[in-house]
Every structure is written in structure tokens, then in C-alpha cells.
Design a protein. Structure first.
Lengths: 362, 77
């Protein structure tokens, strides 16, 4: 639930309240360690692969084990496929709807079908044809050029040329965003870059010290934006988009398109670094970079049973009480389109649950 | 996090739409992203779209698991 309080014709206060209960402990604690991976995959409606991979990695870390290389590579394939699938859902369906454009539901259904063998990638399996097929589909339905060529765009001028020439539904979406909402939702929220073991270990210390950290996570003393924009900030096109429009809708859209192209490229090469683990005392941590941002699972294993299970989801970073949504919505003009603007900012941060928006006019 | 609560399809409608029953609450959703869904099947729904079909046995297991949570936890999913 987000609430905007208007005074003097502008949003004087924006609030984001988490009504997502902390239930990881109740669902996982006391179960056999081996149940964590399948349970996490079944419990969550979206990002099921990331959830199960973060769970499996957290348990391995708690037990002092490491996954074999074929297992690690299969996990990377599943994560790249899931990231592409989630990004494409925003680019083809959810964001066109927010922009008042026609949605591309059928192309998205086709993308999901093409990604489905890669989402189920097993250790030792290689799926070169499936990776090729989804890349060819994306070239025609999303980019109008090869994903690799799109990834090499390095300036807003180059991107604007792409928007005019690509002839795809995401290019029409990009045109609408550039013309009407390019700066919307920009704020001075710091970015949470791509995770690594040391970042996740420092998060573990905060989790130990603060039972409410899961609801309002922070890093190095600040709330952070997580997700495509934060991870891709050093890409030359993203850096130019941030410089030109601020870190708002246009920059988030550009970063999503680039990450989609990168994920499709990773599916072809079999590379990727979207997950990992860390150990903090007797606590195991597993992390995965999902389309929405950083996901962390944390558990101990006591006599083969899970204990102290906690999950920090990307939505809690971006909808932190002082985070990217709240700062990005502050000061918006109450100009007759405030609700639509708020929904756009929410959508650009892609929460993993439906978010209601309330406007209070004093 | 969005819990994957299996919803039972109770009625098919035109234009890839269907009515689901989620713990007694009925809602119209889109089936555009899944294939071959019939009344009685279980699906996972997210923001108005069925994302996948769920094996009925798995669905019952998951529903039993969520039934152990208190009402507010389930309502917010």
C-alpha cells in the first residue's frame, strides 16, 4: 500500500507501508534442510527459480558445502531465463498498459513458451537450440536488431535512433516514455549494485542485529534502489540516460531492455553471475539477482532442520519507508494525473505484489 | 513476496478469460499466458493473469500449507 498526501498542489508526503507479513520462518523453520529448495520453488508465484536457487544455496552454505559446477551452471541458465521472462512481462504487457498502449500478450505468451525449457535447465544439459530460438524471437519482437547489437548502444542519441527505427512494441513503449514520462520517479536514492559475497555477509550481520531488517533493508547506512537500473548503472547507455533524464522511468526502461538483451546473450553463451552464497558464523546465505532486484535467503541448519529462516525480497528495498518509491513520488504535482503517475512509478519499480495507491487531499 | 496460492478455475469465458475461486473469493482473470486450461484445473495467478497450471495433488499440498498460516498472512498474498 502506498499513500500520497497532497498539500499546496503537490505531494507533500509519500509513504510506502509493507503489508507483506514476515512468514518465511513459519513456512520453513523445522522442516528438513532438503525441503528448502522445492518448497521455495512452490511457495512463490513469481521468481520461483530464484527463490529455490537462493534457498538451495543458503542451505549449502549453512552445511559448509558447495554446489558442483554443472549444478551452478544450470542454476545460472534458469536465472537468466527467469530474468528475461520477467523483464519481458513488463516490456510487453504491464508497462504498455500503464502507457495506454496496446499490450503484446500473445508475443509474451510465445516468449514464455520459448523460455520454458531454459527455465527447467538441468545440470549437464545444454540447450543451444532453445537459446537460439528465443534470441531470434527477441530480435524480431523486441529489439529489431540482434540483442548483442542492442547491448552495444552507448548513448541516448543512439537509443533515440533505435526507438525511431526498431518498429517493435517495446520501441513504441520507449517512445511514449521518452515523450511523456522520461524523468518521472527520479530520486537521489543510492543504488544497490550487483551483489557479491561480501555485500551479502554484511547484510547477514544486519539481519542478526535487527529482527525488522527484512521489512526495511539498507546497506552502508542508506536505503537503496535494487534492480536493473542499479545493476546496469555503469553501462554507457544507462549512465547517459541517468545523466539526461535522472534515475527515473526512462533510465529504468533502458536498463530493463539492456538486461533483457544481456540475459538472452548469457543463455547463448552459458555464462552468468546471478547467484552466490556466503556464510556468516553458523548462518548460510544464498542470494540471487532477479529481474526485480536482490533476493536473499538466510538460514541455519540445526540437526538437519531449518532454523531462523528469513528472506529479504527486492520489493522491501524499493518500497522502503525512505526508499526509491517514496523519494521518487515526493513533490509530484497534483495535476489531474497524479494517480496515473504514482502507478507508473510503482510499475517502474516492479513490486512482486499488487500495490494499492491511495491519495489523500487535505 | 507473492505467495503462489493455487486458485481453482470454475468457469471459462470468451476472450481467454476465466473465473477462479480463491478461498471462496471469485475473480475474473486472463488465461492468455497458459494453454489448455479447463474448469477444475488449478492455476497460479499474478496481477490478473494465470501464469501456470498446477498439478491438483501439488495444489492440495500447497493449500494445506497455507491453511496453517493465519488469515491476514493469506489475505495479503
Amino acid at each position: 500500500m502506498v499513500t500520497l498526501t497532497v498539500a499546496g498542489g503537490r505531494v507533500a508526503r509519500a509513504e510506502a507501508r509493507s503489508d507483506r507479513p514476515r512468514i518465511a520462518g513459519r513456512l520453513f523453520d523445522g522442516r528438513a534442510a532438503g525441503e528448502a529448495e522445492p518448497l521455495a520453488g512452490a511457495l512463490f508465484a513469481i521468481c520461483g527459480r530464484a527463490q529455490s536457487i537462493a534457498a538451495a544455496t543458503a542451505v549449502e552454505q549453512a552445511l559448509g558445502r558447495a554446489a558442483s559446477e554443472p549444478v551452478r551452471l544450470a542454476r545460472e541458465t534458469r536465472l537468466a531465463a527467469e530474468a528475461a521472462q520477467e523483464h519481458l512481462g513488463r516490456l510487453l504487457v504491464d508497462w504498455p498498459r500503464l502507457a495506454g498502449l496496446e499490450t503484446a500478450v500473445k508475443p509474451y505468451a510465445r516468449a514464455r513458451a520459448l523460455l520454458s525449457p531454459l527455465l527447467a535447465s538441468a545440470p549437464g544439459a545444454t540447450l543451444p537450440q532453445a537459446a537460439l530460438d528465443v534470441n531470434e524471437w527477441a530480435q524480431s519482437a523486441v529489439f529489431g536488431v540482434s540483442p548483442a547489437d542492442f547491448l552495444s548502444l552507448d548513448s541516448v542519441n543512439g537509443f533515440a535512433n533505435w526507438v525511431r527505427g526498431a518498429g517493435t512494441s517495446p520501441a513504441s513503449l520507449a517512445l511514449a516514455v521518452l515523450e511523456r514520462h522520461a524523468r518521472l520517479g527520479a530520486s537521489d536514492t543510492a543504488f544497490l549494485g550487483t551483489a557479491d559475497a561480501s555485500m551479502v555477509e554484511s547484510l547477514a550481520a544486519h539481519l542478526d542485529a535487527d529482527p525488522a531488517f527484512d521489512d526495511a533493508p539498507h546497506w552502508q547506512g542508506q536505503p537503496r534502489e535494487t534492480g536493473a537500473l542499479a545493476r546496469m548503472a555503469s553501462h554507457p547507455l544507462v549512465a547517459d540516460a541517468v545523466e539526461t533524464f535522472g534515475p527515473g522511468l526512462a533510465a529504468r526502461l533502458v536498463a530493463r531492455l539492456l538486461e533483457t538483451a544481456a540475459a538472452l546473450g548469457d543463455l547463448r553463451t552459458g555464462r552468468g553471475s546471478r547467484h552466490g552464497g556466503a556464510r556468516h558464523g553458523d548462518v548460510g546465505l544464498g542470494w540471487a539477482e532477479t529481474a526485480r532486484g536482490l533476493l536473499v535467503h538466510r538460514t541455519r541448519v540445526e540437526g538437519d532442520r531449518l532454523a531462523g529462516y528469513r528472506i529479504v525480497a527486492p520489493t522491501e528495498w524499493n518500497f522502503h519507508p525512505e526508499g526509491a518509491f517514496v523519494r521518487g513520488a515526493a513533490g509530484l504535482a497534483d495535476d489531474g494525473a497524479l494517480e496515473a503517475a504514482a502507478h507508473w512509478i510503482v510499475g517502474s519499480l516492479d513490486p512482486c505484489v499488487g500495490v494499492r495507491c491511495e491519495v489523500i487531499r487535505a | 513476496m507473492c505467495l503462489a496460492i493455487p486458485a481453482k478455475v470454475v468457469e471459462l469465458r470468451d476472450a481467454d478469460l476465466a473465473v477462479i475461486d480463491l478461498g471462496g473469493v471469485r475473480k475474473e482473470i486472463s488465461l492468455a499466458l497458459v494453454e489448455d486450461v479447463r474448469p477444475g484445473d488449478f492455476v497460479i495467478v499474478h496481477v490478473g493473469y494465470a501464469l501456470q497450471k498446477v498439478d491438483p495433488e501439488e495444489a492440495e499440498k500447497t493449500l494445506a500449507l497455507f491453511a496453517g498460516l493465519d488469515a491476514p498472512a493469506r489475505a495479503s498474498a
